[in-house]
Design a protein around this ligand. Structure first.
Ligand SMILES: [Fe+2]
Ligand SMILES: [Fe+2]
Length: 490
């Protein structure tokens, strides 16, 4: 009996954990909620108004109109819930984008359904949504956009409808995984070719009939022009994606990878003006990437976030120990712990300014304050304490917030462990390294820094193992290989 209760408790715990979003959901203002509601009402009107144009209108017509209207309204609601579930930090602009695309599609169906194939109406928006919001949201969008047709009088070819649904689903699934603009281009070529071939094959049974009616070549031509139009609209959509990214603050995989390019001006400046910080950043990238892979987090996000986490140090590189290279430490010269604490906090504040100036997306900018959380600047706090016992601990803590996601929490832990692992003796055993890592992580945990991150105990265990693996790699790299007599390497 006890076993059953324990299992049930465990299952309930797992279920509850799965319900907790990784990040605190963004608050949506009342105005934005009103706009979203009004667009949803418009979608319902567009989807159902034709049912009221029947004359004479009887009670059953009004009932079926009401049913379609409510169905469209509920569908918009479901779409918003699914998108929020997949992206807990989704903002109002992004929700407005999703439902505006739905409104646009419903309107296009009314305006062009007799001239344009549903392929070109449904597939391109699915590509935008999958890139920006992920595959699940895109699939939900595709099912609603495909199943809800405003005009029941529009005769849709069953085969064509099926191909559109499959094509849009494939684009939704692949679009969420695509990592570069080149892959996007490949998709915009292969999907139309696939659509052309499948239409041609599925049309097979009608061929004889069409041949008899001498419409075979005409229909083939239509299939070809439909597929060509799909390719053109998809290419056009790919060109528009960067504009959508900047207007709606979208963070596509391609954008993440572009930002991670080390030739980006801000990163280039970091490598030239603060080489120590740049080195520290690269090591942290390695630690954070390994840990994120272990827990199944967003690797591209953390790699890019890690690259920008300390850009704020550019405002005064030599005030940070990694850039001093034996030169005088300005903190010793001013001998004022309060001023020193201000300089440390400034690397967060200035970092956020750099992020704004360089138009870094919010999920990347979040790494800047959250990697420091509300950590205590221990060294300067103790120095101040030596001088004056009545000091406020708050003056020596970063302003926060504490990490709000698993990724920013991992970065905080990697940031804490990096210096300790780098300074570690090359002959230190694995156990010693693990002990150091555990000590640092435990101190962060005890300080409440991981409270909002939603990291489980199991995940913290995996993060420790990941850091240890990276340490083993660092140690291996530091071992000097014996050279051969004539100094040649193979
Ligand atoms: Fe930092
Ligand atoms: Fe750092």
């Amino acid at each position: 009996m006890q076993k059953i209760t324990t299992t049930l408790k465990k299952l309930f715990y797992l279920w509850r954990r799965s319900q907790i979003p990784i990040k605190q959901p963004n608050k949506i203002s009342e105005i934005d909620n009103l706009i979203i509601f009004l667009i949803s009402i418009l979608i319902s009107i567009v989807s159902s108004y034709k049912l009221l144009l029947i004359s004479p209108l009887n009670l059953s017509d009004i009932f079926s109109w009401l049913l379609t209207f409510t169905e469209a309204l509920i569908s918009s609601g479901i779409l918003i819930v699914v998108s929020k579930k997949e992206n807990p930090t989704i903002n109002s602009r992004q929700i407005i984008l999703i439902i505006t695309l739905l409104l646009a599609v419903q309107t296009s169906k009314l305006a062009f359904s007799s001239t344009i194939s549903p392929l070109s109406i449904i597939i391109p928006p699915a590509l935008i949504i999958s890139q920006a919001m992920g595959s699940i949201t895109a699939l939900a969008w595709v099912s609603i956009a495909s199943l809800s047709w405003p005009d029941p009088g529009i005769a849709i070819n069953n085969n064509l409808f099926f191909i559109s649904l499959v094509g849009a689903s494939v684009v939704s699934l692949l679009g969420g995984r695509i990592r570069s603009r080149a892959q996007l281009l490949q998709l915009s070529i292969f999907v139309p070719i696939g659509a052309f071939l499948s239409q041609w094959i599925l049309m097979d049974k009608d061929k004889i009939f069409l041949l008899e009616k001498q419409e075979f070549f005409l229909t083939n031509g239509k299939i070809f022009s439909d597929s060509l139009l799909l390719a053109i609209v998809m290419l056009f959509t790919i060109l528009l994606i960067p504009i959508f990214e900047s207007i709606f603050g979208l963070l596509t995989k391609a954008r993440l990878l572009e930002l991670a390019d080390k030739e980006k001006p801000l990163i280039r400046r970091l490598s030239l003006e603060a080489p120590g910080t740049f080195e520290h950043t690269l090591l942290i990238c390695g630690l954070a990437e390994e840990a994120t892979r272990m827990i199944g987090g967003d690797i591209d996000l953390i790699k890019t976030g890690a690259l920008y986490h300390d850009v704020g140090k550019l405002h005064a590189p030599n005030w940070f120990i990694e850039n001093q290279e034996g030169s005088n430490n300005p903190h010793d010269e001013i001998n004022d712990p309060f001023k020193s604490a201000e300089v440390l906090q400034a690397h967060v504040d200035e970092g956020l300014k750099y992020a704004r100036k360089n138009r870094l997306p919010k999920p990347i900018a979040d790494f800047i304050p959250e990697h420091q959380g509300t950590l205590k600047m221990g060294y300067f706090f103790h120095k101040a304490k030596e001088k004056n016992l009545n000091i406020n601990e708050k003056d020596f803590r970063y302003k926060g917030p504490v990490p709000q996601s698993k990724e920013t929490a991992i970065l905080m832990l990697a940031d804490g462990c990096e210096a300790a692992l780098r300074a570690m003796n090359i002959n230190a055993s694995d156990n010693e390294a693990l002990e150091t890592i555990t000590k640092i992580i435990f101190s962060r945990q005890k300080d409440g820094q991981l409270n909002d991150s939603n990291l489980s105990k199991g995940e913290i265990f995996l993060i420790k193992r990941a850091f240890l693996n990276v340490w083993k790699r660092i140690r291996h790299r530091r071992i000097q290989y014996p050279t051969t007599k004539n100094n040649t390497f193979s």
